[in-house]
Design a protein around this ligand. Structure first.
Ligand SMILES: Cc1ncc(C[n+]2csc(CCOP(=O)(O)OP(=O)(O)O)c2C)c(N)n1
Ligand SMILES: [Mg+2]
Length: 331
């Protein structure tokens, strides 16, 4: 594994704080109706992303996830201003404003979405890994899903074939305790989700998903295994989301105390504590990071606010058109 140096802790702090504040800003502009439709925020789960990125080779590895997907592309190098603009439905967005919240995508950065069908991305992730193996490339695919998705048939079909064909893929379940308002305890006899890998004899295990160090260690092992031809891994990240499932969630299924318990082991606070204990940064340096984060979030908002909506014509550029269709000419 790449060493976890002082620089890594400082980067983790700045990145995770930025993702948190970026999502907080989205919640705010959603209420102002600048962002519409669904909005699923990632607050609380940041350590899973920070640790994973440390384990990846960002020049070649791929990522695919579900609809809780705004900050992952930013972590992979996509301009956050473009992500914010996409959420606003503006023409400067990552998909020219045509994708929106659940469908951030960047082929250039190998971030393959952004999927709204629960479990839909799991066979796609396995398929991308198949493509890389078939073409002789040593890229690894990291394929994320929620605890709700592992009860879908697509999960089991993908795990079976990934193991049979020894695909270079790491399946990562972000177990945040709930699928919408339904807890894991209400939907499964065995709540140890990582054990689902055992049925396929796939290397698997539970991971503390609130600690980026543990995540980085476990994902590094899995990525190394995949890259060296050792096949897939299934990891269950034990994590938590602080906000509701989406913006329209009254959260009657849990208590405020439960949320507070998890906030005691907040990943950003954990990393900040390590920085302070080891004198990796002075108070002034930490304040400078906080200011950079705040300024960048405001810059994203300004960029999205000031960008234009797509021209109506764009609708017709994004659909299949039969050029010799005799009745309606769009162009
Ligand atoms: C096939 C399918 N069934 C149902 C839904 C409705 N739905 C959207 S999100 C969700 C819960 C999924 O929870 P989980 O996989 O734990 O992800 P989380 O939201 O916690 O990140 C459901 C049931 C859907 N989008 N797709
Ligand atoms: Mg969940």
């Amino acid at each position: 594994m790449k060493k976890i140096t002082k620089e890594v802790y400082l980067k983790w702090y700045e990145d995770m704080l930025f993702w948190r504040k970026f999502e907080d800003k989205l919640a705010q502009v959603y209420i102002q109706q600048k962002v519409r439709g669904f909005l699923h925020l990632y607050n609380g789960q940041e350590a899973v992303l920070a640790g994973s990125l440390h384990a990846m080779d960002l020049t070649k590895d791929r990522m695919i996830t579900a609809y809780r997907n705004h900050v992952q592309p930013i972590g992979m190098g996509v301009d956050p201003r473009k992500v914010m603009a996409e959420l606003y439905g503006k023409v400067t967005g990552t998909s020219k404003g045509m994708g929106g919240s659940m469908h951030i995508f960047s082929k250039e950065h190998r971030f393959h979405g952004g999927h709204g069908i629960v479990g839909g991305q799991i066979p796609l992730g396995a398929g991308m890994a198949f493509g890389d193996k078939y073409a002789g490339r040593d890229n690894v695919t990291l394929c994320y899903m929620g605890d709700g998705a592992v009860r879908q048939g697509s999960f089991h079909e993908a795990l079976n074939l990934a193991m049979l064909w020894q695909l270079p893929v790491v399946f990562i379940c972000e177990n945040n305790g709930y699928a919408m308002g339904t807890s894991v305890e209400r939907t499964a006899y065995s709540t140890e989700i990582w054990k689902l890998g055992l049925g396929y004899e796939m290397p698997c295990g539970p991971v503390d998903g609130m600690d980026p160090v543990t995540v980085a260690q476990e994902v590094s092992k899995a990525v190394d295994r995949a890259r060296s031809g050792g096949g897939p891994t299934f990891l269950e990240m034990k994590t938590y989301r602080y906000r509701g499932h989406s913006m329209s969630d009254a959260q009657h299924y849990r208590t405020k105390e439960e949320v507070k318990e998890y906030q005691k082991i907040d990943p950003i606070t954990q990393v900040l504590d390590i920085i302070k204990e080891n004198n990796y940064a002075s108070e002034e340096e930490i304040k400078a990071i906080d200011k950079r984060v705040k300024d960048l979030v405001l810059e994203c908002e300004k960029f999205a606010d000031e960008s234009d909506y797509p021209p109506v014509q764009q609708l017709y550029d994004m659909v299949y058109e039969q050029e010799d269709f005799p009745f309606v000419q769009h162009k």
